[in-house]
Design a protein around this ligand. Sequence first.
Ligand code: HSE
Length: 311
Amino acid sequence: MKKEVRVFAPASVSNVACGFDIMGFAIEKPGDEVVLRLAEKPGVRITKITGDQGKLPLDPEVNTAGAPVIALREYASFKGGIEIEIHKKMALGSGLGSSAASAVAAAFAADRLLGLELSKSQLLDFAIIGEKIASGAVHADNVAPSLYGGFILIRGYNPPDIVEIPVPEGLFCTVIHPHTEINTRESRKLLPALVTLEDAKTQWGNTAGLIAGLMKPDFGLIARSLQDVIIEPARKSTIPCYEKIKQASLEAGALGCNISGSGPSIFALSDSLSTARLVGEKMRLALDGNIGSEVYVSAINRRGPYVIEEK
Ligand code: HSE
């Protein structure tokens, strides 16, 4: 067992246009940091949260990082105390899997602290407990990429059937985060309960096409498949300048562009780092200075969470 562990877990882009709730990939930055420390007093306590503007609960039972630690402490039959510090390095409600990154960092750190050596598939169950608190629904398309790294397909949920999809060399991601907040729970209420057979057919063609495009690899097939006829139409009006930003990214050479998770972040995939950078500049210009933003350009993160420091 360790006395203190500091872990980083990456942000992620979920849905990836056509794969609502079943696909996502991790990016290099941003990401959250969680510190866990053994304490004399039994129980789990959150002692500090930074970067959340005071919005996150200090009660560990209803905190996305706290709940997985409580569950892992019980799983390990550990009777001592654990203190948690959460350092948010990305905005809440950004569409970059902020709650998932904290849940993954906490579960990964608790595993190290308690010396459990659980597999990623076991840790996923604990991280999902945290994600469920944030969005009110069990979806693992941020948690799984953040935990495993790389591009992840969740083939099914009962139990989670995680498939790691190979990512071709030369694939880069650009993300723009316009400074507004979208609550995933609310954003899910905008979605249609039923879809037409025609739309379903289009969507599963694109989903299969995207996976095949990544595996072959075939950038043209990836580009043709990055389409969403079901979720994007219902959500795009919640994101400032969405159509303009998407258009600008495609004109700059992106393979495709769509909403990251439930937004407001927007992602684009490109076949080179230089194109991904240009796409970022054009996306920012298209936002028109109406609103502040951050742009992140990175390769797909293949590593997932890691220990920054432990004692
Ligand atoms: N798949 C989820 C959604 C991701 O689109 O609601 C939320 O980040």
